[in-house]
Design a protein around this ligand. Structure first.
Ligand SMILES: NC(=O)c1ccc[n+]([C@@H]2O[C@H](COP(=O)([O-])OP(=O)(O)OC[C@H]3O[C@@H](n4cnc5c(N)ncnc54)[C@H](O)[C@@H]3O)[C@@H](O)[C@H]2O)c1
Length: 440
């Protein structure tokens, strides 16, 4: 869908971090006829200035916090909110009350009560509140929805879905990084898997009636630290050569004048922009080394203050009787989701891997030897093409067009409630949760 108009829509950005600046901000830079960011709220002066320069934002529209920007008279069409998980509720309520439609990063809030408050307030005010459940817009999941609802599988009896978080992504985000501690961010089943819980109920067009969940933090803990491992990888770690989590290797960082034999200069390195962006480490290996000496990302993975799980499983029953297991873990060789759906007429096996691996389904009609392979072209943007899809859908809505995949806050409530219920079950001995009672 092309949204070119004479007058691009005008947006405010709250939180010019990785998502705000590098996903939605970059969308604006690449599609200037569709959208223009005219204001930014961001406390980090470097990020704020960088975003303001990139988007040519007037000095009066650059503020250190959302309060000042939203207190001004309304001058944009909508607001994009990309602050951290614990900081979604207040700016969203303020933006809605200031008359703005809002595109809000997931999770919409970190408690059931706050999620409900957001949905209720958006509906009371008649404003759009759309949550960035980007996977609904990824061609892989769009196709999955189409196939399952075409009836080719017959009645879906059971689903086995996995979110395989790679060991390096786990270390970066959930052991060292922003989502390591659930008091400061959110339980991992909410932060990472509300997408999956959304996709499962969306594809099935059914709610979940009950669930139970187990999981824990097994590996990334002090008890697994190698003997004499220092608090930071940069402090002459004796196991640097063999530890896959050795930060200088992950972030391609080494000290000035380091010999070619320096442990950071050999072995695994895959460049991931979001990791380097989070490190804010500069352009050279030497400047990144300096950042690792002080930032969270230089810490030994066994000596962090992380408490989120590194594996969790949920067993669910849908309202019409189908069952589903969902496994999330942070020990995968590669990043991505895998799934298997067994229906009365056929089986579907899918691999939603991240580039450079291919994304595809195979369909296995029962009673035949036929295997039909469907390859998916994921597109350039993040989350298998979902990142561009969600903002495009939001912009289309502002133009009065109906949303393609309906990621309204009301629709997103279900995935969030399932995450809260799973966490309740996991922390209460795996008790079975009746979703009707839980969601009230
Ligand atoms: N949809 C997805 O698939 C997806 C993927 C990754 C992250 N996320 C979510 O996106 C959100 C942002 O993640 P991120 O990686 O960009 O984080 P980030 O830390 O890079 O960015 C958050 C920014 O908010 C700024 N901020 C803090 N207080 C503020 C205030 N008072 N006013 C304005 N800005 C303020 C911070 O300085 C920071 O720059 C999180 O909720 C995260 O869970 C969603």
């Amino acid at each position: 869908m092309t949204l070119n108009t004479e007058n691009p829509l005008r947006l405010l950005l709250i939180g010019a971090g990785n998502r705000g600046a590098r996903v939605y901000g970059d969308y604006g830079l690449h599609h200037p006829h569709e959208v223009e960011f005219i204001g930014v709220a961001e406390p980090d002066p470097t990020r704020r200035a960088r975003f303001a320069t990139e988007h040519d934002v007037e000095p009066t529209m650059q503020t250190p916090s959302w309060n000042e920007l939203l207190a001004m008279q309304k001058q944009a069409d909508a607001v994009v909110i990309c602050t951290q998980d614990q900081m979604h509720v207040e700016p969203t309520l303020a933006a809605l009350r200031a008359g703005y439609d809002v595109l809000l990063e997931k999770p919409m809030a970190t408690s059931a009560a706050d999620c409900l408050a957001l949905v209720t307030e958006a509906e009371r005010l008649g404003r759009t509140l759309q949550i960035c459940h980007v996977l609904r817009y990824a061609p892989f999941f769009t196709k999955l929805y189409e196939v399952v609802n075409s009836g080719v599988l017959g009645e879906v009896i059971t689903i086995d879905h996995r979110e395989n978080v790679s060991w390096w992504h786990m270390a970066h985000s959930f052991v060292r990084g922003n989502w390591r501690n659930q008091e400061q961010s959110a339980p991992m089943i909410l932060a990472k898997c509300c997408h999956d819980l959304d996709i499962l109920t969306w594809v099935m067009r059914q709610t979940v009636s009950r669930l139970g969940s187990f999981g824990s933090l097994s590996h990334y803990a002090h008890t697994h630290a190698p003997e004499h491992a220092p608090a930071r990888c940069t402090e002459d770690c004796a196991v640097a050569s063999e530890c896959i989590f050795y930060a200088p290797r992950l972030y391609h960082a080494w000290p000035v004048g380091a010999a070619a034999s320096h442990p950071a200069r050999s072995g695994f390195f895959e460049k991931h922009d979001f990791m380097l962006h989070a490190l804010e480490g500069g352009q050279t290996p030497e400047s990144r080394w300096d950042r690792l000496k002080t930032s969270d990302y230089g810490r030994c993975v066994y000596h962090c203050d992380n408490d989120v799980v590194d594996h969790q499983v949920i067993a669910m029953q849908f309202e019409r009787g189908a069952t589903c297991t969902f496994t999330m873990h942070g020990h995968s060789d590669r990043e991505g989701r895998t799934l298997r759906i067994d229906g009365t007429k056929a089986t579907l096996i899918g691999d939603f891997a991240h580039a450079p691996y291919p994304q595809f389904f195979t369909l296995h009609p029962h009673g035949t030897d036929r295997v039909e392979r469907i390859d998916i072209s994921a597109g350039e943007s993040g989350h298998g093409g979902g990142d561009e899809g969600v903002i495009r859908d939001f912009l289309a809505g502002l133009h009065g067009k109906p949303s393609i995949h309906q990621t309204t806050a009301r629709a997103s409530l279900q995935s969030h409630m399932l995450a809260f219920a799973s966490e309740y079950s996991r922390t209460h001995g795996g008790v079975v949760v009746d979703m009707l009672k839980f969601a009230g």
